[in-house]
Each structure stands twice: as C-alpha cells, then as structure tokens.
Write a protein of this length. Structure first.
Length: 136
C-alpha cells in the first residue's frame, strides 16, 4: 500500500527564484522542472535523501495553487505518499470516511497518477497519493 513519503509540496509565487534560494542555501539540485497542465502548475523537484521537495508555481489564476497562494501565501502545501495502488489507497481512504477530492486518479508530474484527500478530513493537511508510472 503506502511505500514512503514521496515528497513535500511547497507553493511559491516565483519558481525560478525559489529554486535558486534552495540551491544556494541548502546545496540542493533540481531533479527536473515540468509543467503539469492538468493541475495548472509548473513544478520543480529537488531530491533530498529518499524523498523530494516539490515547488509549485501556478500557471493560471484559476488553479488550486493560485487560490491557495491568494488565501495563505507561500508555504507548505501538501504531503505526498507513494502507493503501490492508487485505486486501492483511494478505496481504503473513502472506506474510512475521508473526503476525496479525486475519486479517480489524474495525471501528475513525470507520468505518475495522483489523487488528493481533502484537508478537512486529515487534520488540515492536504494529502496526495502518488503512483509511479512503472507500478501497476
């Protein structure tokens, strides 16, 4: 089921500036930058040990991340758990009474499948399930 914490998401206004700060201050390297059109964001992943930081910059004023930034400002956005089966993880979460934002997985960065649990169900923390492209 859940394998590990895949990444921590941080919402930012300026992806390039934020990447440069983390590179300089913490000697981190960028593992990849891409646009995820299904979520209207541009993301940068910075590996940290077995996990990663994901910086998210909105590409549309209508995106969930843009709304988050307008309401709360830059900062911690979500925690993502890697799962063997995203469909099974969603079933278990729903069976436990958790409110799903996504009842079906949607495309994520790097060819992954992702789905979110509403933070009102999880102590105010947005939870993301991630299934890697090579997992069935």
């Amino acid at each position: 089921m859940i394998r590990k914490i895949d990444h921590l998401g941080i919402a930012v206004n300026d992806l390039e500036k934020s990447v440069n700060i983390l590179k300089a201050a913490f000697n981190l390297e960028v593992g990849g930058i891409e646009e995820v059109s299904s979520q209207q964001v541009k993301v940068a992943f910075l590996p940290v040990g077995e996990s990663r930081l994901e910086l998210l910059e909105p590409t549309s004023e209508d995106s969930a991340v843009a709304k988050f930034l307008a309401k709360r400002g830059e900062g911690f956005h979500h925690v993502a758990f890697e799962t063997d089966s995203i469909e099974e993880s969603l079933k278990v979460a729903e069976s436990q009474g958790l409110r799903l934002i996504d009842k079906q997985p949607r495309p994520g960065a790097h060819g992954t499948k992702v789905a979110f649990i509403h933070p009102k169900s999880t102590f105010g923390v947005l939870i993301e399930f991630v299934q890697k492209a090579n997992q069935t």
